[in-house]
Design a binder for this molecule. Sequence first.
Ligand code: ADP
Ligand code: MG
Length: 323
Amino acid sequence: ETLCNQIAAGEVVERPAAVVKELAENSLDAQASRLVVSLERGGRSEIRVVDDGVGMDADDALLALERHATSKIASVSDLQAVRTLGFRGEALPSIAAVSRFELVTRERDAVAGTRIRVEGGMIRSVEETGCPPGTAITVRDLFFNVPARRKFLRSVDTEWAHILDLCLRLALARPDVHLQIHHQGRRTHDFARTGSLAERVGQVLGHDTARLLIPVSTEKEDVRVEGLLGPPELQRANTRGIFLFVNNRPVKDRVLQHALLSAYDTLIPKGRYPSSVLFVSVPPDQVDVNVHPTKREVRFRRPSDVVGAVREAVLEALSKGIQ
Ligand code: ADP
Ligand code: MG
């Protein structure tokens, strides 16, 4: 079992940012409206995710640490219509197999909560505890028991950059969730809940930048394209200002990025990139988001439709926005 979990961990947990992603997605699945992500040393020594979601009772909490026990996939056809973020039921056991792991959780109406400690996949203690409603998971010393993987962890700055990138994408996808980020004991980001994407984009990219962005919102057949496009003069030397989402999930997809960039083609010199936040929505059966558990690629059933719709939407918005 433990070995099995360690192997699975290699698939799910490639670096601290992957742990943050799994924990944060679970919190969002649990209807959290507030998420606090705290890190020590770029997540290498400690990752802590605290939510105010529905929490778990003691039985569910133990079950959650058993591999595959909670997989929501009942049949192969379900794979094609994954709507919730979590679906594999192996993230928590995988993470707990390669760290010193602590889960503290309480359901809103329960009189007491549960604290479970796991070390390298071995359950060390299960106890009742007083705690606020919701779930707090702490992951310390990632890969402490897998030296071969620990070696591949990069510098604190690099791991922190990956986590921050992920958190900013989550923040953009969920303006309705209050997101706080702490690193090395310092609060680095605090995005208050808001009803509006524009406001959240302002919080994330800075309000001066956000004011310059050009709104896009179109629907063509099955493809909805919404977001905020950077004007050509807001160009930068890398693609870090490009935030792409498919069905509200952050993705890094060459096909989509190319569609976006091709619309800017004559407006921005080669090697320069716009800043843009773009949400593409297609019916769930038109996209496969499960190409790889940790990669953010997607596979569209009809890529040319999506590319066409994105390109057209962006071209139209830009031509209106740049008078
Ligand atoms: P999956 O998300 O694929 O079901 P995970 O291993 O990520 O698998 O989580 C296992 C289960 O533990 C979830 O299905 C959920 O029931 C429960 N769980 C995990 N994290 C939380 C959380 N933050 N709040 C409430 N329940 C949680
Ligand atoms: Mg999950």
